[in-house]
Design a protein around this ligand. Structure first.
Ligand SMILES: NC(=O)c1ccc[n+]([C@@H]2O[C@H](COP(=O)([O-])OP(=O)(O)OC[C@H]3O[C@@H](n4cnc5c(N)ncnc54)[C@H](OP(=O)(O)O)[C@@H]3O)[C@@H](O)[C@H]2O)c1
Length: 292
């Protein structure tokens, strides 16, 4: 069996609260600039066994994702595509049109998971259109990203279809156990962004990861990604380095013990890498309008 076949066989998945099954491990394309570079990276990722791509309209590379998936020859139902609406696209009627444009850019007839990227703008109006898109088959699952304020409960109260996931900053320095308790009653899964702390050298150099890397003949990054899997997080690190790409997904042939998971939990001291207050995000990010 080739390494890719082995990975495809061993990879884990998560059943969402709507019954859809998402590959637990994927490939994030934030900050991969342009459609050509993205197509190349996703092409390589699919080649080594990734079957879940996380993009967003704001990343301005959905066409690259769609082109790589189409070109791969892998049946569309075997690749999970997540994308995200930007607040400039929120609002009843407006969001539905934005979804049609996304489908065009991705070159597909359905989106597997559609998220509200940010927790400001007319998110309640957008949610209604997302629910319609689930009912008419353009979208399979819907969810939220960055809703950590009381606006999370506002959406949950208004929703007819519960969010399947909540995508937030999550890594060993910020394990999100409080947020997990808040969403547990709704069966919402956590998706980790900045899973490697956005490549933070300090996180990767923590002695506990070096020690476990040595024990399991893995790298510190692989230990962190394995921790995410065992925490139950859905995770999609970004890389354009072929060695990192192959290494990152090669984490399904070993298991951290409970004691090792507890030692990693000691790093959870509430350190976030993205600390911009919501009002400031609304003022600054709110100005951005991604091009079609
Ligand atoms: N919803 C949101 O608001 C939001 C925000 C941020 C991110 N995200 C999503 O989450 C994904 C992941 O987040 P991210 O890309 O910001 O951060 P990340 O995956 O934590 O870190 C990416 C960085 O880590 C490096 N890296 C990757 N694999 C490595 C390895 N094995 N060893 C050492 N360094 C490694 C990469 O460099 P190389 O390329 O050189 O390997 C890159 O600089 C994004 O691509 C996006 O899909 C969502």
């Amino acid at each position: 069996m080739s390494k890719t076949e082995e990975i495809l066989k061993e990879q884990t998945s998560v059943k969402l609260n709507d019954g859809n099954v998402i590959p637990q491990f994927g490939f994030g394309v934030f900050m991969i600039e342009g459609d050509d570079s993205t197509e190349k990276a996703v092409d390589e990722a699919l080649e080594v066994g990734y079957r879940h791509i996380d993009t967003a309209h704001a990343y301005q590379n959905e066409r690259g994702v769609g082109a790589a998936v189409a070109k791969s020859g892998i049946p569309r139902e075997d690749v999970w595509i997540t994308t995200k609406l930007w607040p400039s696209e929120y609002g009843e009627g407006k969001t539905s049109e934005a979804i049609d444009k996304m489908l065009e850019r991705l070159g597909t007839d359905h989106i597997d998971l559609l998220l509200l990227h940010q927790q400001f703008g007319d998110y309640l109006g957008a949610w209604k259109d997302m629910e319609r898109a689930v009912r008419d088959g353009r979208v399979r699952s819907i969810g939220l990203s960055n809703f950590e304020s009381e606006r999370l409960e506002e959406v949950l109260d208004a929703a007819e279809i519960m969010p399947g996931v909540l995508q937030v900053e999550c890594h060993p320095y910020y394990a999100q156990h409080g947020l997990k308790k808040r969403i547990a009653p709704y069966g919402i899964a956590i998706e980790s962004w900045y899973p490697l702390g956005h490549g933070d050298a300090g996180l990767l150099a923590e002695p506990v990861f070096a020690e476990l890397a040595e024990k399991y003949s893995k790298t510190p990054a692989q230990i962190i990604l394995r921790w995410h899997i065992q925490e139950g997080n859905i995770v999609f690190p970004k890389t354009t380095n072929p060695k990192h790409m192959a290494d990152n997904i090669d984490i399904f042939d070993f298991e951290l013990t409970d004691e090792e998971m507890s030692r990693i939990a000691e790093l959870d001291k509430g350190k976030r890498f993205f600390n911009v207050p919501l009002e400031e995000q609304e003022r600054t990010l709110g100005q951005f309008v991604p091009a079609d």
